[in-house]
Design a protein around this ligand. Structure first.
Ligand code: HPA
Length: 262
């Protein structure tokens, strides 16, 4: 049976309604993942859950072992990942609480292990024209409609290194470049999943106005409160999404390594 992974971001350290069948600590050639993977069921779907910052939110974005996390899902037989994250809203009109199905990425991270192919297994250049799985994105849209949770159907995610928040000028420039939201964890997660031919979709919750958009100082409690407020909607959306995910995959993600190796 097809298994779907869920990566929980800030404020999402468990999925309520998930029938937990067990926990798995996974070792990988790249070190340790953020914690144990929760293995469970929601309806008929098999779910593997990992909170990316650790169960007690003790791993900052720039210290997350992204390669180990994604490798762990792969090792557990996951072929699709839904990634939940908190973001700051850059685009005019976005307000805290908005939920966005991402469709593009601007990667501004600086200091991360961003590939499984560092020369030993051959030289690989995966196609990243469309960074997120089109099939999963469509399913998320359909699920949103069905459970009446409004979602923004597209959005460009700017991935920054962190852990500091941005300057107003950085946010202004990201907006000019076409960025809609900003976060610290979306990359290299998405491209690592593609390197293992795992479908990956990003579901972002606008937790705050990005720096300089509102005159207020940004605070962590603002981000956490917004994420808490969105938990119920995210849960509804995920639950419906699991019922809509088909067994087989028709998207290009499953053959990402074809014609990608030199
Ligand atoms: N910037 C970067 N990452 C974030 C933000 C932000 O404003 N909000 C939540 N994660």
């Amino acid at each position: 049976m097809s298994k779907t992974g869920v990566i929980g971001g800030s404020g999402l350290y468990e999925i309520k309604g998930l029938t937990v069948k067990g926990k798995k600590a996974v070792s990988t050639p790249f070190g340790r993942p953020s914690g144990e993977y929760l293995i469970g069921e929601m309806g008929k779907a098999e779910i593997v859950f990992l909170p990316r910052h650790g169960k007690h939110h003790n791993i900052p974005p720039h210290m997350i072992n992204y390669r180990a996390n994604i490798w762990g899902f792969h090792k557990l037989g996951v072929d699709r990942i839904l990634s939940i994250s908190a973001v700051g809203g850059i685009k005019k009109g976005l307000i805290p609480g908005d939920i966005m199905i991402l469709d593009q990425v601007l990667d501004m991270t600086q200091n991360r292990e961003a590939t499984f192919y560092d020369g030993k297994g051959g030289v690989v250049h995966i196609d990243f024209t469309a960074p997120y799985c089109p099939e999963l994105r469509n399913i998320l849209m359909k699920a949103g409609k069905r459970v009446n949770v409004p979602v923004k159907k597209t959005g460009t995610y700017v991935a920054v290194e962190g852990p500091r928040l941005e300057s107003a000028a950085e946010i202004r420039s990201f907006g000019i470049l076409g960025g809609d939201v900003v976060g610290m964890t979306g990359m290299p997660e998405a491209s690592l999943a593609r390197e293992l031919e795992i479908c990956y979709a990003g579901l972002s919750v606008v937790a705050n106005y990005a720096a300089g958009i509102s005159k207020k100082k940004l605070t962590v409690s603002e981000v956490m409160n917004a994420m808490k407020a969105a938990t119920e909607k995210i849960k509804l959306l995920l639950k419906e999404t699991f019922t809509l995910i088909p067994e087989g995959r028709k998207c290009p993600c499953k053959a990402a390594l074809k014609e990608a190796k030199i």
